[in-house]
Design a protein around this ligand. Structure first.
Ligand code: GCO
Length: 429
């Protein structure tokens, strides 16, 4: 079913909504003094126990698809030791979707990894390729009798690359500033910083057995990018061999990169780092998942801040729903397979702005489809307010809110408005 329908749904990621993903690297970092997570995920939205209620809300509002992730750390808590009970949990979720006429779009890896993988070298080690392949095989065996159409191997495979570029730019910026003055006139306590660095190293050694744990969301080397691409390709092969009806791909975080006068070269370089670098490894995939939240404008001196007076989201991004259409068009110039919008959304406390964001973003999707671009799905990020990684629970992306004490859900108007879009836009593709 549903393969002929245009999919309109919402997305979540296990670690951000389930709660108590205790075997994962991110959970471990949340407990650390220098782990970079000021707030802990704890019970999150307790989606692990309440997924039925949440999927029912999505269905009742009129949506027809749900993208969610399997948590590798639960399914393979020790290396090579798979937990059938946890696998069954995800199979139950898949069946619950199916029974309710909701198309499940499964992500195999969404940022969190098993802690043991990081202890063995993580995403900078070839071990990750073999481990991810073995995990994918186990999943494929278990999904053999399910009617699944789309599996996303790795969420935002380009994230580590983007993080390392961002850090490099920040250092260059710092150097420029320092170069301009004869002494560093800034109230930093270098002694304190050094102590903190030492503390971080010894804590990493204690928790992960290495000084710089290569978690998925840490800066990536060129070799690390290649490892991620190889892991993805190995997983796609497994899926094609074992589940021939499944379409496989990965997702990328893609800003709408724009150049103002003089910024053409920098904009082109940025698009290369976000997208083109990964193209050779995905060119033959069935689909690519596009994840867009805003635009990035470049001038002769680099990235520009949003214009004076521009509306900003809670994340500090420019409110710019038109970015999605531009990104889809740019991706399609180079990638001829299907395009799924696997994430698009806005963090705001004002749900009327979310309704507006979705409406305008979806207008762009319709234009792309009208021009023959094979866009097959639009998934809003996110179904639920959730644990936004290092920003904790303060960012409100959800179509559904929840009370952190009682876990009681509050459906926002934006869920119904997306449901109405879905009902009025059932085209055959
Ligand atoms: C990401 C993730 C999500 C985020 C979302 C909002 O891509 O970063 O897929 O986990 O929560 O993008 O920032």
């Amino acid at each position: 079913m549903n393969n002929e329908l245009f999919l309109i749904g919402a997305a979540t990621a296990g670690h951000q909504v389930e709660g108590n993903n205790t075997g994962s690297d991110i959970w471990a970092m949340e407990q650390m003094k220098y782990g970079g997570y000021p707030e802990k995920s704890l019970d999150a939205a307790d989606h692990y126990n309440r997924y039925k209620e949440d999927i029912k809300l999505l269905k009742d509002a009129g949506l027809n698809a749900y993208r969610f992730s399997f948590e590798w750390a639960r399914i393979e808590p020790k290396e090579g030791d798979f937990c059938q009970k946890e696998m069954q949990h995800y199979l139950d979720m898949v069946r619950f979707c199916k029974d309710n006429g909701i198309e499940p779009v499964i992500t195999l890896h969404h940022f969190a990894s098993p802690k043991w993988l990081i202890e063995k070298g993580g995403w900078e080690s070839e071990i990750a390729i073999e481990a991810f392949e073995r995990y994918t095989k186990y999943i494929a065996q278990n999904l053999a009798s399910e009617d699944i159409h789309y599996i996303c191997t790795i969420n935002e495979a380009n994230m580590g690359n983007l993080i390392s570029i961002f850090i490099r730019q920040a250092i260059e910026q710092r150097k420029k500033l320092d170069g301009e003055s004869s002494s560093m006139q800034i109230g930093l306590n270098l002694d304190e910083m050094r102590k903190e660095e030492e503390g971080k190293i010894s804590e990493n050694l204690e928790v992960f057995g290495c000084e710089n744990p290569a978690v998925f969301v840490s800066p990536r080397t060129q070799k690390g990018n290649e490892i991620i691409m190889k892991a993805h390709q190995a997983a796609v092969k497994v899926l094609h061999d074992m589940l021939p009806d499944v379409k496989a791909g990965l997702s990328l975080s893609l800003r709408d990169v724009q150049a103002t006068a003089g910024g053409e070269e920098r904009a082109a370089k940025d698009w290369h780092d976000e997208f083109e670098e990964f193209l050779p490894a995905i060119i033959d995939d069935d689909f690519v998942g596009v994840q867009n939240y805003t635009r990035a404008r470049f001038g002769a001196c680099g990235e520009l801040s949003p214009e004076e007076g521009a509306e900003l989201t809670q994340m500090g991004y420019e409110f710019y729903p038109e970015g999605l259409e531009n990104v889809i068009r740019k991706v399609h110039e180079a990638f001829k397979g299907e395009i799924l919008v696997t994430e698009n959304g806005v963090a705001t406390d004002d749900d009327t702005r979310r309704v507006e964001f979705i409406k305008r973003a979806f207008e762009g999707v319709k234009e792309c489809i009208a021009d023959g671009i094979p866009v097959k799905a639009y998934m809003y990020w996110s179904l639920l307010d959730n644990f936004e990684w290092q920003s904790g629970y303060s960012m409100k992306f959800g179509l559904i809110g929840f009370d952190r004490k009682t876990m009681e859900r509050t459906v926002k108007d934006s869920l119904y408005s997306l449901g109405r879009i879905c009902e009025s836009y059932q085209i055959n593709v």
